[in-house]
Design a protein around this ligand. Structure first.
Ligand code: TYD
Length: 245
């Protein structure tokens, strides 16, 4: 209690937004897109290429990426939270992200590590916001609370016609059962693609739409050219230089 009698809330949310910006030294790159678009493969290839330059890189994913968030991932992808509705799912994705950002992403960026994440907040905007019809004001508030200033420098949106993506996802899955979102029909996945393209139109500086129908190595070289031009990885001090500085 404060002396005036009012309640004082002490939060453990780390440094202020301004402080986060000031100390952030690594770059943050995210991959987004529908099912079967090859995000995970491209995120891995990019992380490996950055590492080959001696850059300290953290490859992570959402939902998940920290022990707390991985526990929530299971609840979400098993479909256990589906009966609670899209608002509850949005809040659960946000809870997972809050832990992931505070315990993994932000500390890594502050140390100068580059972070490559397979999905991030745009997935909530699109899956829960657009497809789930969750109020955009709530989506914005959740984003503000969970990520604050920890916004991606670059986001690659891997784009593919929904039917092709779904076929690829079926092949990749093999005998594993479909997860909560893979189980949605073609109309859902078509709308998802449109929502990602619209998002990219609104944030052209950050979001790059990549044609995911090309060969994996061709896509990787397009992505690398964009990272190189925008974030200049060759000028980043290597892990060794970081260690001695
Ligand atoms: P995942 O198994 O990681 O598959 P994918 O290869 O499609 O990324 O599944 C994550 C699923 O969770 C995916 O269908 C998208 C969904 N999702 C949301 O609905 N909201 C979110 O905020 C996030 C991060 C993911």
């Amino acid at each position: 209690m404060s002396r005036s009698g009012g309640l004082q809330y002490k939060t453990d949310r780390g440094p202020s937004l301004a402080a986060c910006r000031a100390v952030r030294r690594g770059h943050f790159i995210t991959f987004e897109g529908g099912e079967g678009t090859g995000k995970s493969t491209q995120a891995k290839l990019l992380a490996a290429r950055l590492k080959s330059l001696g850059i300290d890189v953290l490859l992570t994913r959402e939902p998940g990426g920290s022990p707390g968030a991985e526990a929530v991932r299971h609840v979400l992808l098993s479909g256990a939270a589906k009966p609670l509705g899209p608002y509850a799912e949005a809040i659960l994705f946000a809870a997972a992200r809050d832990d992931h950002v505070r315990s993994v992403i932000r500390p890594a960026l502050e140390q100068g590590t580059w972070v490559v994440s397979d999905r991030f907040a745009d997935s909530t905007r699109v899956y829960q916001g657009v497809l789930g019809n969750v109020d955009p004001n709530l989506i914005r508030r959740l984003e503000h609370i969970t990520i604050g200033g920890t916004r991606p420098d670059l986001t690659f949106i891997l784009d593919l016609p929904a039917d092709i993506g779904l076929k690829r996802a079926v092949r990749r899955r093999g005998s594993r059962p479909r997860d909560r979102f893979e189980a949605e029909g073609l109309a859902f996945h078509r709308k998802l693609r449109e929502a990602y393209l619209e998002l990219a139109e609104h944030e052209p500086e950050r979001c790059m739409v990549i044609d995911a129908s090309a060969h994996m190595t061709k896509i990787a070289s397009v992505i690398w050219a964009l990272v190189d031009a925008r974030l200049h990885p060759a000028e980043t001090p290597s892990e060794l230089e970081n260690a001695v500085s």
